[in-house]
Design a binder for this molecule. Structure first.
Ligand SMILES: Nc1ncnc2c1ncn2[C@@H]1O[C@H](COP(=O)(O)OP(=O)(O)OP(=O)(O)O)[C@@H](O)[C@H]1O
Ligand SMILES: [Mg+2]
Length: 269
């Protein structure tokens, strides 16, 4: 079954100008995308291509101007309060900026516990056990529960955000550059964890990244976004693991900035 279906979704923003006279700049243009259950869909593209905007639209944090989005067959535009509550439980997100997505005055314990407190009726000891389990799952210690965000490294804090996103056993997690700031070892560990969870629980991922190698290694399908549009998709990535693979090279071209007008590749180091 398809978890999420986007049909010609569009969104533009006002840019500059006084009293709404500024032009409208399209950020997402006619995007049609399907996320099946238990899939890993990669989304790559240059900076400003519209990837995060698309992520925020899927999460319901922003309203699209056009098109429809269905979550488990139901149009999100017609969601009731109860539907939204279920959606908020089942669809989670990890942003790149871990520090900006946690309350700096809360210890890790409360950061991870927040969704559990909102949705589950756990006793204190059940909550504590669950938090220890989640901390261990992302490679942290039970004693880390009492530390505050500033006492963690960027990578550790990112793992706390991953633990928080996984706390409610979601159906879909949007990972917006979520592993980009982790060092290679921790990154590989986090990816293995995400993969294992997928095998165990059938979770789906929308994996936004600049790192083509990671996307190719992790995702079943990759969509390339350019100026708000999905310009191409690649589905068979199983063979595309070598750096000189043509699919990887094509994906690399899609995320690298264009050379300035009149330059040739030879002039660049
Ligand atoms: N709240 C906003 N108001 C106005 N313009 C916005 C807003 N959010 C995004 N944009 C514009 O929409 C376009 C797409 O931005 P978006 O953040 O989705 O890109 P991105 O692909 O995630 O880039 P990056 O790889 O740098 O994270 C950009 O031109 C950006 O300036
Ligand atoms: Mg972004």
């Amino acid at each position: 079954m398809n978890l999420l279906e986007l049909d010609r979704v569009g969104k533009s923003y006002h840019r500059g100008g006084w009293f709404g006279k500024g032009e409208r700049v399209p950020a997402v243009v006619e995007v049609t995308l399907t996320i099946p259950e238990s899939s890993s869909i990669g989304l790559i593209g240059r900076s400003g291509a519209g990837k995060s905007t698309l992520g925020r639209i899927i999460l319901g944090l922003e309203q699209p101007d056009s098109g429809t989005i269905r979550y488990r067959g139901k149009k999100m535009q017609t969601f009731t309060g109860g539907d939204w509550r279920e959606f908020r439980r089942e669809v989670q997100v990890v942003f790149q900026n871990a520090l900006g997505s946690v309350n700096p005055r809360w210890p890790a314990m409360d950061i991870i516990a927040e969704p559990l407190r909102n949705f589950d009726d756990l006793t204190d000891s059940q909550l504590r056990r669950k938090i220890d389990f989640l901390l261990a799952m992302v490679g942290l210690e039970p004693s880390d529960a009492d530390k505050y965000p500033h006492q963690f490294s960027g990578g550790q804090l990112q793992r706390i955000c991953i633990a928080r996103a996984l706390a409610l056993q979601p159906r879909l997690v949007i990972l917006d550059e979520a592993v980009s700031s982790l060092d290679m070892l921790i990154q590989a560990q986090a990816l293995r964890l995400l993969r294992r969870l997928q095998q165990q629980t059938g979770i789906a991922y929308l994996f936004v990244s600049h790192d083509i190698r990671i996307v190719a290694g992790f995702c079943d399908q990759v969509a390339v976004m350019h100026q708000g549009r999905i310009t191409s998709t690649a589905t068979d990535l199983s063979e595309a693991k070598e750096a000189d693979d043509p699919i990887l090279r094509q994906l690399a071209r899609a995320v690298l900035p264009a050379w300035p007008e009149g330059w040739t590749h030879a002039e660049n180091p």
